[in-house]
Design a protein around this ligand. Sequence first.
Ligand code: ZN
Length: 277
Amino acid sequence: MDIKWHDEHEEKPILHRKDSVLWLSFPLLDRENWLTDAFSTRFGGVSRGCLSSMNLSFAREPSNGNVLKNFRILSDAVGFSSDNIISTHQTHTANVRHVGAADRGSGISKPLPWKNVDGLITDEPDCVLSVFSADCVPLFFADPVRHAIGLSHSGWRGTAGRIGSVTVKAMEKDFGTNPKDLLAVIGPSICMESYEVGEETAQFFDGRFLRKKENGKYLLDLWGANRSVLIEAGIPEENIEMPNLCTACNPDFLFSHRASHGQRGNMGSFLSIRSKY
Ligand SMILES: [Zn+2]
């Protein structure tokens, strides 16, 4: 697999393979033996065409059966049960929900009981938090002191709405998390050079994260903007793992909304507390 890394000198996510399934995990989280973390790629599923092959979006595929099969294949490869996945209902909000054992399977093996939820937190084991993306930024959070986790979906609206900070505050309130203890990973998503936006989007962002182009449009640095949200929320800079992989620069390996002009499936980010560690 020919992967274009963003920065050859930075730490890279770990590429895992089981049969035809390829997925990534993140060194900062892999070092915590109480966690399971994963980010799916396009490889190893049963979907066809522009959804090929590990599509994890029910909305984008006529066959629910294919998507369910993909969830099962990926879960088996990574080593968690697809019945334990807890799903978001992503509408680019900054809403974060505290979930637990009773919610296992929500959105996968049983109906989703909530709407407009773009982030999830839990301190219970075997609750596999999930968010879905194809250029938007997944944010992973782990508190090694309280053994609590969070996972959020932060596209440009979520970033402008500071969902990263909302997630940290929810963990402080519900789990007694001290942000200084938090480990955070900004997952694979679109790089600044690939992300052109108009004035109507640019207006929500600080000039530090924008570069004006000659055509009057802007390049938006979602990675930097999310990093700054996390630092302002109290997470130490050295506890934040930055992305080293852009979705739009790797359209054969990862789903990218921009690179595919919207003809694409979804990838999944997953984070879970192990029941035994
Ligand atoms: Zn890129």
